[in-house]
Design a protein around this ligand. Sequence first.
Ligand code: FE2
Ligand code: FE2
Length: 265
Amino acid sequence: MEPFPTKVVRGVTLRADPAREPCFKVVHEPSELADYPDMSDAARRQRLHKHMHNEMQSLEMAAQSLSDFPDAPWELRMSLARQCWDEVRHSRVLYRRLLEIGGYKGEFPVMNYEWSITCMADSVWARIAIQNRTFEGSEIDLLKRLVKMWEEAGDSVTAELLEGILADEIQHVRFSNLWFKRMSREDPTVLLKLASAVNFVKSVTKALEPQAGETNAVGVDLTGFEHVDVLVSVDDRRLAGFTEAEIGQALLQESALLADSRSSR
Ligand SMILES: [Fe+2]
Ligand SMILES: [Fe+2]
């Protein structure tokens, strides 16, 4: 793998940002983002804008893996190439919807959070452990909740579009899980890469965790901005190839999080 540029955020070394058109204001910490907790008109545009940008990163991460690991198994490279195709489609449909509701590219600051973490990994196994299994694994839970949220807000067009994206994301998580199952038989050292990748994600999340009272660019209290109502989507996780034990673990973490948030209210 070629050496690559890095950046340091809150003491953690991360991969430097990918290229962006000048219309985007790229920031490096959650406190610089303009995320809203509600469904006001501005919040709707911001949510679509952020999601569009996340899909752009998903494309870039999968494409970077193809470029960085030319010796990865051919079938895995094919799955990553198909994923690139899906992520382009996701970015485009979200961009189109953003324009339809009056938003525009560059309207809100963007952060390359997933890219900067995932692309630090030096093996294709660690990359798919972080991108597909961890980030997209949580995304399938989140998307389920978002579909309901947009429906309740009276926007069934966006809700349907997110449901379509969810179907693709399940497949992205699924192929990574199938590879880990296969590799755990053929080369168990791959599982060590998975474990250290997950630890790296945890350490970055910890470093970027908002401090008490920290607010973002639109004055939202970041410590009160927990997605506690994003529940583990058991059926979708089964479809995505997680084992019953892994789903049980996710449910345990979820109840700990809920208990935590209740006791801090
Ligand atoms: Fe996607
Ligand atoms: Fe994806």
